[in-house]
Design a binder for this molecule. Structure first.
Ligand SMILES: Cc1cc2nc3c(=O)[nH]c(=O)nc-3n(C[C@H](O)[C@H](O)[C@H](O)COP(=O)(O)OP(=O)(O)OC[C@H]3O[C@@H](n4cnc5c(N)ncnc54)[C@H](O)[C@@H]3O)c2cc1C
Length: 373
């Protein structure tokens, strides 16, 4: 998991799948087939490569129109990040529900049997079982498979949605607090209230090229409801970067320090903070560690100063500066007093991410051509 591997993947996507993306992205042809999408999410999630880079590269390769669908998908990521930032209770609420769900499993044998059969790929629904195994074996699922899987989990197996989101967070190599939590909420009908995503057998047959023929799906369920939807809070302002010598803290949400705007600050020490998702699989942890090692090595070469894991007292008496850590494990683990710098991309987009996605779309051109980082 390195920036070089991410750039290679981006180049391969622009050369091979990119031109066909809009027409083929909904097809999940299975783990053995060539991808129909970019498979860039593990790199974007850790910002080994940035949204600005992939969007400008796609527009340069395919033009505004040719790149439109891909750009709008990248924007979904930005939208979810900004939305969770202004609705942090969606994250804390999910965490509380997942913990509650695990407690329920301990005392309700029927629920536990259904849950275990689901995560072990023994539900009896062919596609669902194949995706459960694929997720555990590879750390990955196609977007359409994630939608179908979440829908079947919630509406056919009638399992708590937060336990499904928790299963994804543990296994996905691109596991992301915003995209994952809010996508599960969206499928359930909690994000756009009352509008849920229903997996239909015909749609699955079609977009898996006939690999599956699922039976027993509940195709007419009601959306889930919740008494207290997450409240909107104002976006916290970013901090100003001080002049002079600083210690730079890297974390798993932003591993491209070379493009971070640090004004007149002068980086003399670099520390790395690794905060895995709770219960992350060994594959996810290994990807996190590899990405951090890569980030530290590049930062050391770029700033020409020592870099290593951020042990207690690593910053000495220097002001510590870091890229903004959005809601999630990195933000929770940031040391007190660390100054947080926001990228121009997020600064431009997040204020428009407080409601539905359509409002975000209006800032697209401004972001593509105006964002420096
Ligand atoms: C239930 C569910 C859970 C999900 N959990 C995650 C998660 O934990 N982490 C994660 O990164 N994405 C998640 N997604 C969104 C999406 O499935 C993945 O981003 C996408 O499959 C990644 O594949 P790709 O890189 O080939 O995407 P491409 O189609 O090539 O898109 C390019 C980039 O745009 C972003 N993107 C694309 N689609 C979406 C989307 N629907 N929502 C948000 N961003 C998107 C990703 O950063 C992606 O790398 C989830 C979707 C669902 C339905």
């Amino acid at each position: 998991m390195t920036r070089a591997a991410g750039l290679e993947r981006l180049a391969a996507f622009l050369r091979d799948e990119g031109a066909e993306y809009a027409g083929s992205r909904n097809f999940d042809l299975g783990p053995e087939a060539r991808p129909t999408t970019s498979a860039l999410s593990p790199y974007l999630r850790r910002r080994l490569i940035t949204e600005t880079e992939v969007v400008t590269a796609a527009v340069a390769a395919f033009g505004d129109e040719g790149a439109e669908k891909f750009v709008s998908e990248v924007f979904w990521r930005t939208y979810f990040k900004g939305h969770l930032e202004t609705h942090p209770a969606a994250w804390t609420g999910y965490q509380a529900l997942a913990a509650e769900g695990h407690e329920q499993l301990a005392v309700e044998p029927g629920l536990r049997r259904t849950y275990e059969a689901a995560i072990e790929g023994r539900s009896g629904i062919d596609c669902f079982d194949a995706w459960a195994s694929e997720l555990v074996e590879t750390g990955w699922l196609h977007n359409h498979a994630r939608m179908w899987f979440a829908s079947i989990w919630i509406f056919t197996l009638r399992l708590p949605w937060a336990l499904g989101a928790d299963f994804f967070m543990r296994q996905l190599v691109d596991g992301d607090p915003a995209s994952n939590t809010l996508s599960w909420r969206w499928v359930a009908g909690l994000h756009t209230r009352g509008k849920h995503y229903v997996a239909r057998a015909e749609n699955i047959r079609r977009y898996t090229d006939g690999r599956f023929d699922p039976v027993g799906l509940d195709e007419y369920p009601d959306a889930l409801d919740e008494p207290m939807p997450p409240r909107e809070v104002p976006l916290s302002p970013a901090d100003a970067v001080p002049d002079g010598a600083v210690a730079l803290l890297l974390h798993l949400d932003d591993l491209h320090p070379e493009s971070l705007s640090l004004g007149t600050a002068w980086v003399v020490r670099i520390g790395g903070l690794v905060a895995h998702a709770e219960g992350a699989s060994d594959r996810v942890k290994a990807a996190d560690e590899a990405a951090m090692a890569d980030g530290l090595a590049r930062a050391k070469a770029h700033f020409g100063c020592p870099a290593g894991h951020a042990h207690v007292g690593w910053a000495d008496s220097l002001p510590a500066v870091t890229a903004w850590a959005p809601v999630g494990p990195s933000a929770m683990a940031l040391p007190e007093g660390c100054l947080r710098v926001r990228r121009a991309w997020d600064e431009a987009a997040w204020p428009s991410a407080t409601r539905g996605y359509s409002r975000m779309r209006k800032v697209t051109p401004q972001l593509i051509w105006g964002a420096a980082d």
